[in-house]
Structures are given as structure tokens and as C-alpha cells.
Design a protein. Structure first.
Length: 95
């Protein structure tokens, strides 16, 4: 089990990611890595599946999921959506 950062911090990081994307800044890669890490770095080993169901709430409704960077290969960002099929659901009960 992992603890997510507070909504204020996470909301601020999502806002920074959105702004860096809006400004077409290379900072968006770093911001995307940070938010990905905050949300998913605490997953236990073996949970890296091809299909992910994600339920967003509060400030995460504005999360640009396609900009989440899950790693790097040869110094280039690898986006979560490039390796996984994501399905956004309205709540955990929908899974």
C-alpha cells in the first residue's frame, strides 16, 4: 500500500503539467514523470498489466493522462499510454 501526496500538492503538480504542455515546454516531460511517480510508484511488483482501469476524482479530472511519463529508453520519454491500454472509469465500482 502506498500513500499518495495530498490533494493540494497533487493538484498543483497536475496544474504545472497542464501549463507546461500548454506552453509546449520540455518541462512537460519532467512534470509528467513526477505526476506518474506520485500516482503509481507505490504499486507492488507484478501489477504492471497491459490494461489499466483508472478512476479519477477531484483535481485529477483535469489530469492529461496521455502526458504521464512512465520511464525512459535511450534518454527519451516513454509514455504510459504507449505501453498500456487505459480505460477511465467513473469509479472503482465500475470495474
Amino acid at each position: 500500500m502506498s500513500v499518495l501526496p495530498g490533494m493540494r500538492q497533487l493538484g498543483g503538480d497536475v496544474t504545472r503539467l497542464r501549463e507546461s504542455l500548454r506552453n509546449d515546454s520540455r518541462q512537460s516531460e519532467t512534470d509528467g514523470e513526477k505526476v506518474y511517480s506520485e500516482l503509481f510508484s507505490g504499486l507492488p511488483p507484478g501489477t504492471d498489466r497491459d490494461q489499466w482501469f483508472i478512476a479519477l476524482d477531484d483535481s485529477l479530472f483535469k489530469l492529461p493522462v496521455a502526458a504521464l511519463v512512465s520511464g525512459r529508453e535511450d534518454g527519451l520519454p516513454v509514455y504510459l499510454v504507449a505501453r498500456n491500454t487505459l480505460e477511465l472509469v467513473s469509479g472503482a465500482w465500475a470495474i
